[in-house]
Design a protein around this ligand. Structure first.
Ligand SMILES: [Zn+2]
Length: 206
């Protein structure tokens, strides 16, 4: 099983997301993985969205195998002040993913509701790309709304070990939820095992 979200290259394949603009060369160099170009919402306040839009168009044209990410919103205490800048930068990424028909790899810490309304608006405007929600830990109701937008979800050991994991993940169809290491390769085998247990017996979480 490949790793659906990491920033650490490996030889088993998976999606390798950039965090800053300077990472784009590095993610392309990891030949066994799908490179993802983006700027993490943590850095939204320090980049020029117009320049990122230009660069994304150029790099996605040059690398047809690449996806878009990491992007998204983060409303935790340390980052909520830049939420408006994050939204502008997210729209830049989503626009590029839509135009180039790539998947957008999304972060949504404490911001799933904001993310959902922004994505719903894109769906109404017929400009919604394919989306992956990483470290998904939202409510089952919200998961249903994101499923209607075609989302897939990724979870790591941290999410699967949470006391609310049963409630959160039991009703997400098996073909819409995948494992991620999120930079903890040592946890990945256990994460895969827990998810496969769930595939074999959907009640394993209940
Ligand atoms: Zn990440």
């Amino acid at each position: 099983m490949k790793d659906y979200h990491t920033h650490v290259p490996n030889d088993d394949g998976g999606y390798l997301c950039s965090v800053t603009r300077a990472d784009w060369d590095k993610v392309v160099a990891a030949r066994k993985m799908t490179p993802c170009f983006g700027v993490h919402p943590w850095h939204a306040a320090s980049v020029d969205p117009a320049q990122i839009a230009f660069d994304l168009d150029e790099w996605l044209s040059r690398y047809p195998q690449a996806d878009v990410g990491e992007t998204g919103l983060d409303a935790t205490k340390s980052y909520r002040d830049s939420l408006e800048q994050q939204k502008i930068l997210l729209q830049v990424h989503l626009g590029a993913a839509f135009r180039h028909d790539r998947m957008a790899h999304l972060h949504g810490a404490h911001a799933w509701a904001d993310l959902l309304s922004l994505l719903k608006e894109r769906q109404r405007n017929h400009t919604l790309p394919r989306i992956l929600l990483h470290a998904w830990n939202g409510s089952p109701e919200m998961a249903r709304d994101f499923l209607c937008l075609g989302a897939i979800f990724t979870v790591g050991l941290r999410e699967l070990s949470h006391p609310n994991a049963a409630e959160r993940y039991a009703r997400i169809p098996s073909d819409r939820i995948f494992p991620e290491s999120d930079d903890h390769p040592e946890d990945f085998p256990r994460c895969v095992a827990l998810l496969s247990l769930r595939r074999a017996d959907p009640k394993a979480f209940q």
